[in-house]
Design a protein around this ligand. Structure first.
Ligand code: AOF
Ligand code: ZN
Length: 360
C-alpha cells in the first residue's frame, strides 16, 4: 500500500477532477503490475496496473489507495476489470465518497467472489486526496498559501524590488509545488507588478492541465500580460466581479482566457465564492502565490489549509512590504495559527510547511 500511495502521488496536480489513485498488483510475493491515475483522470489506476500485468493478474492481490469505481464513466467500472482479470483479493485504503461509488465498489467486488479488505493506511490515503474529498464534501478545494519572505516577513523593498529574495533551490521547489497543484492563484496586483509565468518549468514535470488563475475584480490585468498571451499554451482563468461590459471581456476571451465571475467583497472578490467556482470546474488543490492582499484575505476568511513559507536569510525592516496586508486582527486570540509539519533547508533558504489548526 505504501508503494501504491507513492504511485498515486504522481497524479497530484494532473489527475483532477479525479482523485490521484495508485494500484499495485502482487502475485506470489512479486509485483506484477503498477498503475496510477493518468492526466485528466483517465485511465484509472487499476486499468493501468491490469494492462501492465496482463495474464499475471490472475490470482493476484490488488492494493489500491481508493475503493475501485463501480460506475460506468468514459470506460467500464474498474471493479469489472479487476473481476474479469481474475484478481483474487483487493486491499483498499479507504472507500470512495463519490456518490456513484461509496461502498458499491466494495459490494460489487464481493459479489464477484473477490476477498476485500479496507482501511490499510487509511490516514495517509485520506491526506493524499484531501483536495478531492474536500471538493466532494464541501464544494471547495484545499488551499496552500505559499510565501517567500525575508526573516522579518517582507516580500519586496519599499520600491517594490523583489527579484529575487530566495535562491534558485527554493524557486525550483516552488515550480515543483505548482506541478502538484491543480490551479495556481494570484491577485491582479501580483499579475500587474510581476507579470509572472506561474508554470512549472522543470523538464518532465510540466503540467498542462494546471490552471493559472488571476483574481481580478476590477479587470486590471493587461491583455498584454504573459498570463494572457500564453493562455493557449497553459490555461489561464481570470475571475472577475460580475457586471463588466462584454466588450471589456472580449479581448481576454479572444486570447483564450476563461473568464469566470465571483461576487465582489470589500477588497476584491469573495474568495470563498471564487474557490467554490474553481471546485465546480473540478479543481481540488490550489496553490495561492500572493500578493499580500490575497494572503491576508485568505487567512482572514480561514481558507488557508496549508502554509508553505520560504524564508531567505535577509532582513528588510519595516520599510519593506509585508507578506500579508489587511489582516485586521481584533485580538491576539483571533490570530490564525498553524502547526508545523515539515522543515527543510533549500540552499541558503528554509522552507517551513504548516497545517491549519482546526478549531475545536
Ligand atoms: C478508480 N480509480 O484511478 C480513480 C477513481 O469520470 P470517471 O468515470 O473517470 O470517474 C471519476 C470518479 O472515479 C471519481 O469521481 C472518483 O470517484 C473515481 N476515481 N476511481 O477506481 C482511479 N481516479
Ligand atoms: Zn475506476
Amino acid at each position: 500500500m505504501r508503494a501504491a500511495l507513492a504511485l498515486a502521488r504522481r497524479g497530484l496536480g494532473n489527475a483532477w477532477p479525479n482523485p490521484a489513485v495508485g494500484c499495485v498488483l502482487v502475485r506470489n510475493g512479486q509485483v506484477v503490475g503498477r498503475g496510477w491515475t493518468q492526466p485528466g483522470g483517465r485511465p484509472h489506476a487499476e486499468t493501468e496496473a491490469l494492462r501492465r500485468a496482463g495474464s499475471r493478474a490472475r490470482g493476484a492481490t490488488a492494493y489500491v489507495t481508493l475503493e475501485p469505481c463501480s460506475h460506468h464513466g468514459r470506460t467500464p467500472p474498474c471493479c469489472n476489470a479487476l473481476a474479469e482479470a481474475g484478481v483474487a483479493r483487493v486491499v483498499m485504503a479507504m472507500r470512495d465518497p463519490d456518490a456513484r461509488v461509496n461502498g458499491r465498489g466494495l459490494a460489487m467486488l464481493r459479489d464477484a467472489g473477490i476477498v476485500v479488505e479496507e482501511g490499510l493506511l487509511e490516514r495517509e490515503a485520506r491526506a493524499l486526496n484531501a483536495g478531492f474529498f474536500r471538493r466532494i464534501q464541501s464544494g471547495l478545494p484545499v488551499v496552500t498559501l505559499k510565501l517567500a519572505t525575508t526573516l522579518d516577513g517582507r516580500i519586496a523593498t519599499a520600491a517594490g524590488e523583489s527579484r529575487w529574495i530566495t535562491g534558485p533551490e527554493a524557486r525550483r521547489e516552488v515550480h515543483a509545488m505548482r506541478a502538484r497543484h491543480d490551479a495556481v492563484l494570484v491577485g491582479s496586483g501580483t499579475a500587474l507588478a510581476d507579470d509572472p509565468d506561474l508554470t512549472c518549468r522543470i523538464p518532465g514535470m510540466e503540467r498542462v492541465p494546471m490552471l493559472r488563475v488571476v483574481a481580478d475584480a476590477r479587470l486590471r490585468t493587461p491583455v498584454t500580460a504573459g498570463l494572457v498571451r500564453t493562455a493557449r499554451i497553459a490555461p489561464t482563468s481570470i475571475v472577475t466581479a460580475p457586471g463588466h461590459p462584454p466588450a471589456a471581456l472580449a479581448p481576454f476571451i479572444a486570447a483564450g482566457v476563461e473568464v469566470m465571475t465571483a461576487p465582489a467583497a470589500e477588497a476584491g472578490l469573495d474568495l470563498a465564492a471564487l474557490l467554490a467556482a474553481l471546485a465546480r470546474r473540478g479543481v481540488t488543490r490550489v496553490l495561492a502565490e500572493g500578493g499580500a492582499g490575497m494572503a491576508a484575505a485568505l487567512l482572514r476568511a480561514g481558507l488557508v489549509d496549508r502554509l508553505a513559507w520560504f524564508h531567505a536569510a535577509g532582513v528588510m525592516g519595516a520599510e519593506g512590504r509585508p507578506a500579508a496586508e489587511g489582516l485586521h486582527l481584533a485580538a491576539l486570540a483571533a490570530m490564525p495559527r498553524f502547526r508545523r509539519v515539515a522543515l527543510r533547508a533549500l540552499g541558503a533558504d528554509v522552507l517551513t510547511e504548516f497545517e491549519r489548526i482546526e478549531e475545536v
